[in-house]
Design a protein around this ligand. Structure first.
Ligand code: GDP
Ligand code: MG
Length: 291
């Protein structure tokens, strides 16, 4: 007997969805930062066992879109709501309700078997936690509720066992040695975006898109050429920094992570270009892989 299923992780921005998926997969597939809207795509992370295949989807945090890019981000969430075998709704201890009506109804009716995870319990007192768990169990009696810490890997095994119980009998969807659906270039882009989220303030990380044009791998080294797109000329100067120091710094940080991720020496060339107001231009968004 073999079981397979799609387990889709949704929830508000910054609750720990990407941390959880990485924890399940055991690889850093999704970038993580303390800033909201770090995840822009739906990213698959596949966990393979002898008798099961769990296809996790990490998704952008739920928000009200205010520009075209965010519309596309929310489409990833909508799709994830539709094709889940198991829905994981993640929240931070302290959240009182699910604001999104569609999500609320779906979990209330248990149309799709749902697991509500109260994350970041490492930051909470025990008595407060018990209140929270009973509050959510009363609100969503059909859902499975677990308090966890994705960061400290606490209670993760229990969740994994529940998931395996809930998914249907089914042959694997992907080859058993595959852990994601995204190509190598995607991870180069994401690792760079993570550095940009980390080292630049305000609007900069949100105005940036990263596109890897060349990815040439030989025995010893991978040679990469990556374009950092910004929305305005003034942002280009900020990304590059005085004497190119800012760009050099993120280049070095990204290279170190890339060498770990790919297990090879990396040479990376970074180019900064302006793509005027790309976040609101549906043609450009399509080219960047958003629909
Ligand atoms: P996402 O936006 O929902 O994908 O959230 P991320 O996975 O990017 O995490 C957002 C922030 O919360 C990061 O700074 C994480 O390190 C932090 N975080 C995630 N899980 C936990 C947890 O269990 N405990 C604590 N203390 N922090 C966490
Ligand atoms: Mg995320």
């Amino acid at each position: 007997m073999h079981k397979s299923g799609f387990i889709n992780i949704i929830g508000n921005p910054n609750v720990g969805k990407s941390t959880l998926m990485n924890c399940f997969v055991g690889e850093k597939l999704s970038i993580i930062s303390s800033k909201a809207q770090t995840t822009r795509h739906r990213i698959l992370g596949i966990v393979n066992g002898d008798a099961f295949q769990l296809v996790f989807s990490d998704t952008p945090g739920i928000l009200k879109p205010s520009y075209e890019l965010q519309n596309s981000m929310m489409n990833f969430v909508k799709n994830a709501l539709d094709d889940a075998d198991v829905l994981i709704y993640m929240l931070e201890v302290g959240e009182k309700s699910i604001k999104d009506e569609t999500v609320h109804k779906k979990i209330l009716n248990n149309d799709t078997p749902s697991i509500i995870l109260l994350n970041k319990i490492d930051l909470t007192k025990q008595d407060n936690l018990e209140n929270q768990v009973s509050l959510w169990s009363e609100m969503y009696p059909k859902a499975i509720i677990h308090p966890i810490s994705a960061l400290k890997k606490f209670n993760i095994e229990i969740v994994l066992n529940d998931i395996i119980n809930l998914i249907p009998e089914c042959p694997p969807y992907f080859p058993k040695d595959q852990i994601t659906d995204k190509p190598e270039r995607f991870f180069v882009n994401e690792i760079l975006r993570e550095k940009i989220l980390l080292y630049y303030d305000k609007e900069i990380p949100y105005s940036v898109e990263v596109v890897t044009e060349d990815f040439k791998e030989d025995k010893k080294i991978i040679k990469i050429r990556t374009i950092i797109f910004v929305e305005r000329e003034s942002q280009k100067g900020i990304i590059i920094g005085h004497k190119g120091n800012a760009l050099k710094k993120i280049g070095t940080k990204a290279r170190q992570d890339l060498e770990l991720f790919f297990g090879k020496k990396i040479f990376i060339e970074l180019v900064v270009k302006v793509s005027k107001n790309w976040r609101s231009n549906s043609k450009v968004l399509k080219k960047f892989g958003y629909n």
